[in-house]
Design a protein around this ligand. Structure first.
Ligand SMILES: NC(=O)c1ccc[n+]([C@@H]2O[C@H](COP(=O)([O-])OP(=O)(O)OC[C@H]3O[C@@H](n4cnc5c(N)ncnc54)[C@H](O)[C@@H]3O)[C@@H](O)[C@H]2O)c1
Length: 368
């Protein structure tokens, strides 16, 4: 059992022992592109955080981030290992491209850092396995960037689903369709379209949706089959190796079924939205995304809103929860098991599409 004392390190420990009146968690940020800049903004508003170090291989992004964090006067690096080497860095945020997450997270955990690692935590089973092992050996906090786990209406809806409001969950139908491809010349255009770097659309993007599906079902799939392809954006951008669409079927314990589709050509004006998750139970179903709403199977009762979407959401709730775990030992809303299970669910679906075979979870060869 990890207790509160074990969380206190470096400047946090110094602060707790009264050596400084300003308790701080020395924080380093690796990768300050699109997502990393957003995370940096969230870190800067946390009362316990001090940004000591920033890293990016692109000088313009590093400069921009240093300007954003000028209050804390962070050091800047192009080599991420320099951040890990710093004794005064207690916590590391990783928002580099997905294929680098595992190596960086493992090094940070081994060096005794708390880690907030963007999703997916790895793009291959071996990468995910390495993070699991390092996180389990460490007594530090590991939070994957599955921030939907910190969204109140999902927490509340999942609680009601677990309590049996729709009976036993027996099927899920979900889709993540996008109204466009990511911009080919955009901030992540240099890695996103390479399947070995991003893992592809299912692993890089749908990992959020698949995590919600796992959460609603209460477990992970046992096998998957599916088809994927490049049907619209053929060789666009040139050298593209990620699919632009796919259909995957997953089976969960007890024969629970999930059907998932993805594409990047969903017209914006088409009704019913480009993303949804329908959770079907023995007594009714929940339309989960947005404002989770329950419909009873008998059709006699009116739809029931399970949890209202707040007027104003704390867009940095997941980051705040990370610091709450680091400083106060609170249970994080998402841990290594959540991050690994989400990534592996996506990897399983991806492998099924690539192999065009039924692929068993066991075949991934990863111990959760
Ligand atoms: N949780 C979410 O909702 C969410 C949203 C967007 C992106 N992401 C994730 O965040 C990660 C980054 O995505 P992005 O959109 O910010 O991409 P991006 O390309 O805008 O940013 C990645 C940054 O990492 C830097 N980088 C590359 N190699 C590096 C290295 N060796 N050392 C240090 N920095 C390095 C790049 O120069 C770039 O600035 C991805 O894993 C993505 O899946 C998560």
């Amino acid at each position: 059992m990890v207790n509160r004392r074990m969380f206190l390190v470096g400047s946090v420990a110094a602060a707790a022992s009264g050596q400084t009146s300003q308790p701080t968690v020395g924080t380093g940020m690796i990768g300050v592109g699109n997502r990393g800049s957003y995370l940096l903004g969230g870190v800067l508003v946390q009362p316990k955080a001090k940004v000591l170090a920033l890293c990016d291989i692109k000088p313009d992004r590093l400069d921009k981030a240093a300007t954003t964090a000028v209050r804390d006067n962070p050091a800047t690096y192009s080599d991420w290992r320099r951040i890990i080497d710093r004794k005064d860095v207690d916590a590391v945020f990783i928002a580099a491209p997905p294929d680098l997450h595992s190596e960086m997270a493992v090094a940070a955990l081994r060096a005794g850092k708390h880690v907030y690692c963007e999703k997916p935590i790895g793009v291959t089973p071996a990468q995910v396995q390495a993070v699991i092992e390092a996180a389990k050996k460490s007594n530090k906090v590991f939070v994957p960037g599955q921030q939907l786990r910190s969204v109140n209406q999902y927490i509340e809806a999942m609680r009601k689903i677990r309590e049996g409001i729709i009976g036993d969950v027996i099927m899920v139908k979900a889709q993540r369709h996008a109204v466009a491809d990511l911009p080919h010349d955009g901030t992540s255009g240099d890695w996103y379209f390479d399947v070995n770097r991003s893992g592809g659309y299912l692993i890089e993007q749908s990992v959020h949706n698949l995590d919600l599906c796992n959460w609603a079902i209460g477990g992970h799939p046992t096998r998957a089959c599916g088809f994927g392809g490049i049907l619209l954006y053929k060789n666009d951008p040139p050298g593209r190796t990620i699919f632009d669409c796919g259909t995957i079927s997953y089976e969960y314990p007890g024969g629970v079924m999930m059907s998932f589709t993805q594409n990047v050509f969903h017209p914006r004006a088409m009704p019913n939205g480009n993303q949804y998750i329908y959770v079907y139970g023995t007594k009714g179903a929940v339309d989960l995304m947005g404002t989770p709403t329950m419909y009873s199977l008998s059709g006699e009762s009116k739809p029931v809103v399970l949890a209202e979407k707040p007027q104003q959401e704390d867009s940095h709730a997941h980051i705040a929860a990370f610091y709450n775990s680091v400083v106060n030992g609170a249970k994080p809303p998402a841990d290594i098991t959540v991050g690994a299970t989400a990534a592996l669910t996506a990897i399983l679906g991806h492998q099924a599409m690539i192999r065009q075979q039924v692929v068993d979870w066991q075949r991934l060869g990863v111990e959760l």
